[in-house]
Design a protein around this ligand. Structure first.
Ligand code: HEC
Ligand code: HEC
Length: 337
C-alpha cells in the first residue's frame, strides 16, 4: 500500500515541506540569536577560525592543540603522542589512504573537504562515525563558511593554498562542493526526495501523518525530537529503544523462538509482532522463557546501508520538517524557540 501512495499526496507533502522549510529558514535568519548569519565571513583562515569556534560548533567535539577541551572528535592540532601531526599535515597522510581506497587521487584539501562533505566516508580510527553533517541543520554552514573552515584547518601545519580552496578546486573537491551547495540550498538535504527515501525504507513500519505501517512508533511530529535523535535512531536503532517497543524473545516448550514486539497480553496468551509484520500468538502455558533483548531493536540497523549519503541527508531534511502537522493543530509552539 505504501508504494502506491498517490503522487498528488506526495506532491502535497513536498509542497508543505517546502513551505515549512522556507518558514523555518526565515525564522533562523531573523531569529536574532547570538549566532548571526555570517555574510561578513571571509574565505580565509581567520574567517574559518571564527566559524570553527562559533557557528560551526566544531569546538563542541574538537580541540586545536591545547586550545579547547573537547575530545569527542580528533584534535586538529599537534597534541601529545596521539596527534603528532597538526591537521594540515595530517591531511596529507590521510589523503594517501583515501587515494588507495577510492582509486582517485586525493590531495590534502580533498581529504579535508571530504571529511566535511561526507563524514562517514573515512572514520578516523578510535572514533565513532558521529562527526556532524555541518551543512545540515542545526549547524547549516554555507559553502563559503565551509571553505573558510577548510582554510583554517589547512593553516594548521599544512600548505595553505587559497586558490585551490576557493576558486580553483580539484575535480574531487569540486564534486564535494557541488554536493554541499545543493544540500545547503535545501537546508542540508532535499526534502522532496527525502519523502521517497522514507516511502521506500521506513513507511512500511512507521505512521506519518496517518499514512504507513504501525509496527514502530508514529513519527508524526518527529522533528520535535531533533536532528541528532532522528539520525541516531535511524543509524543505531538499538542504542535507545523507544519505550513500549522493546524486543521480546520468546522461547516455547518445543524450543521455537519468536522475536518481536509484544503487542498483546491476554490472560492465556501473548501476541508477538515480528519485524515483517507477522503476528504470532503464543499460549502462556507454552512459554518456556520470555526475555527482553536490550541490545536489539525490531527496527533493522542496516537500513542506512541501502542508502547513499545523499539519500540519508534527504531523508533527514524531510523528517526535520515533520513538526508542522502537530503544531498546526496545537498552539504553534514554534514561536518560542
Ligand atoms: C558532534 C561532534 C562533532 C562536531 C560538531 C564536529 N565534528 Fe569533526 N569529527 C567528529 C568525530 C567523532 C570525528 C572522527 C570520526 C570521523 O572521522 O568521522 C571527526 C572528524 C573530523 C575530521 C577528520 C580528522 C582527522 O584526523 O582526519 C575533520 C577534519 C573534522 N572532523 C572537522 C570538523 C569541523 C571543521 C567541524 C565544524 C565545522 C566539525 N568537525 C564538527 C565529531 C564532530
Ligand atoms: C521493520 C520495521 C521498521 C523499519 C523498516 C523502520 N523502523 Fe524505525 N522503528 C521501528 C521500531 C520497532 C522502533 C522502536 C524501537 C526502537 O526505538 O529501536 C523504531 C524507532 C524509530 C525511531 C524512534 C522514534 C521515537 O519516537 O522514539 C525513529 C526516529 C525511526 N524509527 C526512524 C526510522 C526511519 C527514518 C526509518 C527508515 C530509514 C525506519 N525507522 C525504518 C521499526 C522500523
Amino acid at each position: 500500500m505504501t508504494h502506491t501512495m498517490p503522487k498528488v499526496f506526495i506532491f502535497l507533502l513536498a509542497m508543505l515541506g517546502l513551505f515549512l522549510w522556507v518558514g523555518y529558514t526565515i525564522t533562523e535568519l531573523s531569529g536574532g540569536g547570538g549566532e548571526k548569519s555570517s555574510a561578513a565571513i571571509d574565505i580565509s583562515p581567520e574567517g574559518g577560525e571564527t566559524i570553527y569556534w562559533g557557528k560551526g560548533r566544531c569546538f563542541t567535539c574538537h580541540s586545536v592543540g591545547g586550545q579547547g577541551s573537547a575530545v569527542r572528535g580528533p584534535n586538529h592540532g599537534q597534541f601529545g603522542e596521539k596527534f603528532p601531526l597538526p591537521m594540515g599535515a595530517r591531511a596529507v597522510e590521510r589523503a594517501k589512504v583515501r587515494s588507495e581506497k577510492t582509486g582517485e587521487t586525493f590531495t590534502a584539501e580533498d581529504y579535508m573537504v571530504e571529511s566535511l562533505a561526507s563524514p562517514g566516508a573515512y572514520v578516523v580510527e578510535g572514533y565513532k562515525n558521529e562527526m556532524a553533517v555541518v551543512y545540515a541543520p542545526p549547524i547549516s554552514l554555507s559553502l563559503k563558511e565551509i571553505k573558510a573552515v577548510v582554510a583554517y584547518l589547512m593553516a594548521q601545519g599544512g600548505d595553505l593554498d587559497m586558490e585551490t580552496i576557493d576558486t580553483n578546486p580539484s575535480e574531487v573537491t569540486a564534486q564535494f562542493y557541488a554536493k554541499i551547495s545543493a544540500a545547503a540550498a535545501a537546508g542540508g538535504g532535499d526534502p522532496g526526495l527525502g519523502i521517497i527515501v522514507f516511502e521506500d525504507n521506513c513507511a512500511e513500519c512507521h505512521l506519518l501523518n496517518g499514512e504507513g505501517g504501525e509496527i514502530g512508533p508514529d513519527l508524526t511530529g518527529i522533528a520535535g525530537k531533533g536532528l541528532k535523535f532522528i539520525s541516531a535512531s535511524t543509524l543505531e536503532p538499538a542504542k535507545a529503544i523507544t519505550k513500549g517497543f522493546e524486543t521480546y524473545v520468546v522461547i516455547d516448550n518445543t524450543g521455537r523462538q519468536t522475536v518481536g514486539l509484544k503487542t498483546g497480553d491476554e490472560p492465556s496468551e501473548i501476541l508477538i509482532t515480528k519485524a515483517n509484520g507477522d503476528e504470532v500468538t503464543v499460549a502462556k502455558s507454552d512459554i518456556k522463557s520470555i526475555t527482553v533483548d536490550k541490545n536489539k531493536s525490531v527496527m533493522p540497523d542496516d537500513l542506512s546501508e541501502a542508502m547513499t549519503v545523499k539519500d540519508f541527508q534527504d531523508l533527514l531534511s524531510f523528517l526535520m520538517l515533520q513538526k508542522a502537522a502537530l503544531q498546526e493543530t496545537s498552539e504553534g509552539t514554534e514561536d518560542n524557540q
